[in-house]
Design a protein around this ligand. Structure first.
Ligand SMILES: *[C@@H]1O[C@H](CO)[C@@H](O)[C@H](O)[C@H]1NC(C)=O
Ligand SMILES: *[C@@H]1O[C@H](CO)[C@@H](O)[C@H](O)[C@H]1NC(C)=O
Ligand SMILES: *[C@@H]1O[C@H](CO)[C@@H](O)[C@H](O)[C@H]1NC(C)=O
Ligand SMILES: *[C@@H]1O[C@H](CO)[C@@H](O)[C@H](O)[C@H]1NC(C)=O
Ligand SMILES: *[C@@H]1O[C@H](CO)[C@@H](O)[C@H](O)[C@H]1NC(C)=O
Ligand SMILES: *[C@@H]1O[C@H](CO)[C@@H](O)[C@H](O)[C@H]1NC(C)=O
Ligand SMILES: *[C@@H]1O[C@H](CO)[C@@H](O)[C@H](O)[C@H]1NC(C)=O
Ligand SMILES: *[C@@H]1O[C@H](CO)[C@@H](O)[C@H](O)[C@H]1NC(C)=O
Length: 664
């Protein structure tokens, strides 16, 4: 079906014939320019969305990073936003804080430092942003709120910015307040003051990483707040702003957007919002949640990154369509370019933007995404129509002398699967300042004077494969990162630990280090838990050496068929085998311990190593302590599958060693 031609007939009868021949669109800088373009970005974190990326072997890891960051290669991101780890669950896991405790500082935890360095290595111009989702408990002094002592929170954030420079030579360009939570006017002013006092006037503040209101009204009503803030950053604006936003005179950014499964519909969503965030909302930067889907698929929001890299064990990764949609803008612009005022909607649906470096270069990006093929997960959009149409662009002002433009093309074809992504076509001749193009539905074009765009490509990565059925980690090879390979912390933080005073067989272990409930972003569990493996696992044996450090409240577990993570972690079910420092054990059906299959005495105590082994097969489970049977019985079927896990019964120090899985 070609609705375009049907419509053409329809229009020629009932409207006027020129509709069929096409519409005219002027691109002109003679009446001045629009806003300054600030870039297209990806967000790592909020939370733990890049968790599995660091575990990829070379050359795959560098290839993925090239697809994300290398200029003129793939997505060529212009902005990297990262979570300032706060030790708490922030969507797909926890990210470690640089200050677990008040007198503790360590700028080598987690992978965000590394990611920022890898991005910077590839694109020294990349804009860096940090934003907290959560904070260690001490920052709130027991309250689940970071603003009671604004100076403490500000100096905590300041230390992260200073540490980035001191230990990694990273200049953080922007910092945010508290992701998608309330802001506090006093705190924002104190943060500005704290940065300035430390000679960091160049670090700009984004507020409030939530909705347009109440931040817009607050900024308009308070001169000091207005001066403290540089960017109004909103999340999932649906391409719209509010009347007061432009009045603030601040940059308007969609500082978190997309959050959509990265198939071709996701690519369509991304194409539409990249253009229309400016056309409709005058937003000059758009940041994708998330950068790269490097977390287990059964965690919340699977594959909401612009590409997928969640199989470090196989090396497989997938360069998804949003990578190439990003390239349509990023490979032919730089932050600092100006949008033209002459941008807008096509008469028969879709939109166009145009940008210039003010030195004669021009980049035009068009998108004609149909509703069904560009649905973003949030927020839902009202249906709108796009049909095949002709467009004639008239280049005026500085651009009148352009005689030829490079052309890059993507087309999503949902009927034949003959989708083309970021294909270079023959340059278009500009005759007497004009060129015409027939725009089909679900297409993206770039027309540009920039001639060195490139569709980067590496040989196909290895085939996808499930997590190995037989897996062990003795935590004896200290990696470059604080976390152990493939473990995805869901509450608490598990770190590679060197036992300096007691080197011996347990000299190198994995240690849960969060000892106080953090200022949370979602409802973290009251226990800590880190998951690993294949969500489809049913029957397996999981074994781990455990060491409780806490004499009073010590309690640790190994688990199988663990069914949840992310913001649902409190209601996680599975088969949990616990031992406690008071000499007891428990077998429970859930993390909270509401359903107890069995309990009894184990003789376990703190500061002694034990080997816990849990075997689950069909409706049968058994628990061994140091190789001797402690308990065995039939168990309920539910959950019938899930990850393996380790963890503790509260926020307490505990160590783990010689983790082994044998799955069937
Ligand atoms: C960095 O920015 C400068 C100034 O705009 C530009 O000349 C240079 O090409 C940019 N480098 C990269 C790798 O984009
Ligand atoms: C466009 O940009 C390129 C480099 O990106 C530069 O060499 C050239 O002078 C610019 N101006 C025009 C009119 O192409
Ligand atoms: C676009 O213009 C071409 C050439 O004039 C014409 O053949 C074609 O039918 C037009 N397409 C539409 C959708 O009007
Ligand atoms: C197109 O691709 C999708 C996903 O691979 C597949 O499910 C569908 O059957 C394909 N359609 C056609 C017409 O080949
Ligand atoms: C370009 O414009 C000039 C003057 O308006 C006109 O004489 C000429 O025919 C035009 N050329 C084309 C190819 O349209
Ligand atoms: C650790 O870092 C070094 C230096 O950056 C690098 O050569 C090595 O490959 C890294 N090792 C791992 C396991 O990532
Ligand atoms: C097992 O649980 C029951 C019921 O809560 C309790 O009365 C008993 O003391 C527990 N036994 C041990 C050894 O903890
Ligand atoms: C369990 O084994 C460890 C050595 O792995 C030993 O230190 C500990 O005493 C044993 N505990 C019991 C109760 O046998």
């Amino acid at each position: 079906m070609n609705i375009g031609h049907q419509c053409c007939v329809f229009l020629s009868i009932f409207l006027y014939i020129s509709e069929c021949l096409g519409e005219d669109y002027d691109l002109d800088d003679s009446l001045g320019l629009g806003q300054t373009f600030d870039g297209i970005g990806g967000l790592s974190g909020g939370g733990a969305t890049s968790r599995l990326l660091v575990n990829y072997a070379e050359p795959y890891r560098s290839q993925i990073l090239d697809y994300l960051f290398k200029p003129k290669f793939g997505a060529s991101f212009q902005i990297l936003k990262v979570e300032i780890g706060g030790d708490a669950q922030s969507t797909d896991g926890t990210e470690p804080s640089h200050m677990h405790y008040e007198n503790d500082e360590n700028y080598f935890r987690g992978y965000e430092w590394w990611l920022m360095m890898e991005a910077k290595k590839r694109n020294p111009n990349i804009t860096l942003i940090g934003l907290p989702w959560a904070f260690p408990g001490w920052v709130g002094n027991g309250e689940n709120w970071p603003y009671r002592f604004p100076d403490i929170t500000a100096s905590y954030v300041l230390s992260w910015i200073i540490g980035a420079k001191k230990y990694h030579d990273l200049d953080i360009n922007y910092v945010g307040i508290w992701n998608e939570r309330s802001f506090n006017t006093k705190y924002i002013k104190v943060l500005r003051y704290t940065l300035d006092k430390s000679g960091l006037e160049r670090v700009k503040i984004i507020a409030s990483d939530n909705l347009w209101e109440p931040i817009t009204s607050a900024v308009l009503a308070d001169k000091e707040l207005l001066d403290a803030i540089d960017v109004l950053g909103v999340h999932y604006p649906g391409t719209k702003n509010v009347p007061g936003a432009l009045k603030t005179g601040k940059k308007l950014w969609s500082s978190e957007d997309y959050s959509t499964f990265n198939d071709n519909v996701g690519g369509g969503c991304w194409a539409r919002i990249l253009n229309q965030n400016y056309v409709n909302g005058k937003m000059t930067a758009t940041i994708s949640w998330n950068l790269v889907a490097s977390y287990y698929d059964n965690l919340p929001f699977p594959r909401d990154g612009i590409m997928t890299a969640n199989e470090p064990w196989s090396g497989n990764y997938i360069v998804e369509s949003p990578v190439w949609i990003t390239a349509h803008t990023t490979q032919f612009t730089e932050p600092g370019w100006k949008y033209l005022q002459t941008v807008g909607h096509f008469t028969h649906g879709g939109s166009y933007v145009a940008l210039t470096d003010q030195r004669g270069n021009l980049t035009i990006i068009t998108e004609t995404m149909t509703h069904d093929h560009s649905i973003c997960i949030r927020p839902p959009l009202r249906p709108y129509d796009v049909i095949v149409q002709n467009a004639t662009f008239h280049l005026k002002g500085t651009f009148a002398s352009i005689s030829q433009l490079d052309v890059w093309h993507s087309k999503f074809d949902f009927k034949t699967n003959k989708t083309v992504l970021f294909q270079k076509l023959k340059p278009v001749k500009v005759i007497n300042g004009s060129f015409s193009i027939e725009l089909d539905v679900d297409e993206v074009y770039t027309f540009t004077t920039i001639t060195n765009g490139q569709k980067g490509r590496y040989p196909d990565p290895p085939h996808s494969a499930p997590f190995p059925k037989s897996y062990r980690d003795d935590f004896d090879v200290p990696g470059n990162f604080s976390e152990a390979q493939n473990f995805a912390d869901q509450t608490g933080v598990f770190e590679c630990f060197t036992n300096l005073t007691d080197p011996g067989p347990h000299g190198l272990t994995l240690r849960q280090v969060v000892t106080q409930r953090p200022i949370t972003w979602v409802a973290d569990a009251d226990q800590t838990i880190s998951v690993i493996g294949d969500y489809e696992w049913r029957d397996l044996r999981v074994s781990c050496d455990v060491y409780m450090e806490d004499i009073q409240t010590g309690g640790v577990f190994v688990a199988a068929r663990v069914d949840k993570g992310g913001g649902f972690v409190r209601s996680t079910k599975g088969i949990f085998f616990w031992v406690f420092a008071d000499g007891t054990y428990k077998i429970t059906n859930d993390l909270r311990g509401l359903t107890v299959f069995a309990n009894g005495s184990s003789g376990t105590r703190a500061r002694v190593w034990y080997t816990l082994t849990l075997t689950v097969k069909g409706n049968y489970a058994s628990a061994d302590l140091n190789g001797s049977s402690l308990w065995k019985n039939t168990v309920f079927l539910k959950p019938s599958r899930g990850w393996a896990a380790i963890g503790t019964s509260s926020f307490q120090l505990a160590q783990f060693d010689n983790f082994v899985i044998e799955a069937e």
